[in-house]
Design a protein around this ligand. Structure first.
Ligand SMILES: Cc1ncc(COP(=O)(O)O)c(C=O)c1O
Length: 411
């Protein structure tokens, strides 16, 4: 039998109908690092009748969104576009629209997503130069310096940085990579993956000289998946003129032109855009910098629960790598993190993030991003704690919530 499970006042999912085979009462606790909770006001905005996507009022919806996105990506000189895709589509759009087959692309691989972007470069016939870093660390400016300083003929056309490696809960210092390029006077484009950082913690497109920033709707933007968001600098736009790479759906120059006129080159998900309008209004209402602070505070409390309460380790090796949107928690040797995730889901109606690739079974993840507060996180911390206890992991009952409570109530 299938049940409509969730319809409670105050539930961030209050309008959501979630179907599961076995009925579970109460809220669904969504704590994967994206998709994040979609606020009720955004859900309501999305829940609207279909309309002609070429009607004369559409530019009134689209043009302000593109302008407002510039404020969120912190660019005045760049352009922002969105595609009806996920973040991966914008990885592809940025590369294909600016580079040529065989171009060298330098990037660091230290988790599933930083790896996948470089893998995409290979599949699309660019020539990736991959700097392998230990998982749990991030982009190392010294490694970038070494490769770029040896590249006397400027054959490296593009440098990739994953600002927030969602698989390991690691944040990288984009400004430090910009500095390497500047110090060497290297002209390569700087592309950043901000899928799980933008609109949650600090990202500065103009200040950090970023030429392409990729994001997606389902994390900090508090929307369902379905929109890829891409900011491009004037330098990237100029590079598009020299790119002979065949593009069609993901042609950024086409998209810029059409969006400037207030439409898309093809059928846009208008309902998502109606939701986007409300989500952006909510972001401005709270204030971008307040959002960054809230994410830091929530992340710190979660880290206290993990390290001081449970006495467990984060996958991120040092504090400088800590991500404010996701914590990957290493289970003790001999235990299987996927069983913790399974207990949390089946018994406590709590979705935790799985360990991916190299860290599969070794970590589980708590996403702390988007429309979220302390009390919601207590649910995730306590649910994860019970799931660990039931799988034989010896943590002190109540210790996670106690450590988080101590931090949040005094900060
Ligand atoms: C850092 C990072 N990059 C890229 C992606 C891929 O984005 P999408 O799933 O929206 O295509 C994700 C997805 O979780 C991510 O976390």
């Amino acid at each position: 039998m299938w049940h409509n499970k969730s319809n409670y006042f105050g539930n961030p999912n209050q309008l959501t109908v979630i179907f599961r085979k076995n009925h579970m009462s109460g809220y669904h606790f969504l704590f994967v690092p994206g998709p994040s909770n979609v606020p009720a006001a955004v859900q309501q905005a999305i829940h609207c009748p279909m309309e002609d996507h070429r009607n004369p009022t559409i530019p009134d919806l689209i043009q302000p969104i593109t302008q407002d996105l510039k404020k969120i990506l912190r660019t005045e000189s760049g352009k922002v576009v969105f595609f009806p895709s996920s973040g991966t589509g914008c990885w592809e759009a940025a590369l294909q629209s600016t580079l040529n087959v065989g171009d060298k692309v330098l990037g660091a691989s230290f988790g599933q997503f930083s790896y996948l972007w470089l893998d995409m470069c290979k599949r699309l016939q660019f020539e990736p130069i991959t700097m392998e870093e230990e998982w749990g660390t991030g982009a190392n400016p010294e490694s970038y310096h070494k490769h770029l300083s040896e590249d006397k003929n400027h054959e490296i056309k593009c440098v990739l940085v994953c600002q927030n490696e969602t698989a390991t809960g690691v944040r990288s210092d984009v400004a430090a990579i910009r500095k390497v390029l500047d110090d060497l006077n290297h002209p390569a484009l700087l592309f950043v993956d901000g899928v799980s950082s933008v609109a949650s913690y600090e990202f500065e497109m103009d200040k950090w000289g970023v030429d392409a920033i990729v994001s997606g709707s389902q994390k900090g933007f508090m929307l369902p998946a379905g929109l890829g968001i891409l900011g491009v600098s004037q330098k990237a736009i100029d590079a598009m003129k020299n790119s002979k790479y065949p593009t069609c759906y993901f042609d950024v120059a086409d998209m810029i032109e059409k969006l400037d006129g207030g439409y898309l080159p093809y059928t846009p998900p208008v309902n998502l855009l109606r939701g986007f309008r409300v989500a952006i209004d909510m972001i401005f209402d709270e204030g971008l910098e307040n959002i960054w602070k809230r994410h830091h505070r929530l992340a710190e409390g979660t880290r206290k629960a993990i390290t001081e309460g449970w006495g467990l380790n984060l996958c991120a090796k040092e504090a400088k790598w800590y991500s404010d949107t996701v914590s990957a928690i290493v289970v003790p040797e001999g235990f299987d993190a996927s069983k913790v995730i399974s207990t949390a889901f089946n018994k406590y109606n709590l979705a935790l993030g799985a360990g991916l690739s190299k860290v599969a079974g070794k970590v589980f993840r708590i996403g702390h991003l988007g429309d979220l507060n302390e009390c919601m996180l207590f649910g995730a911390i306590s649910g994860a704690e019970m799931a660990m206890l039931e799988n034989g992991i010896k943590v002190e009952p109540g210790s996670g919530a106690a450590a988080a409570s101590k931090y949040w109530s005094s900060n």
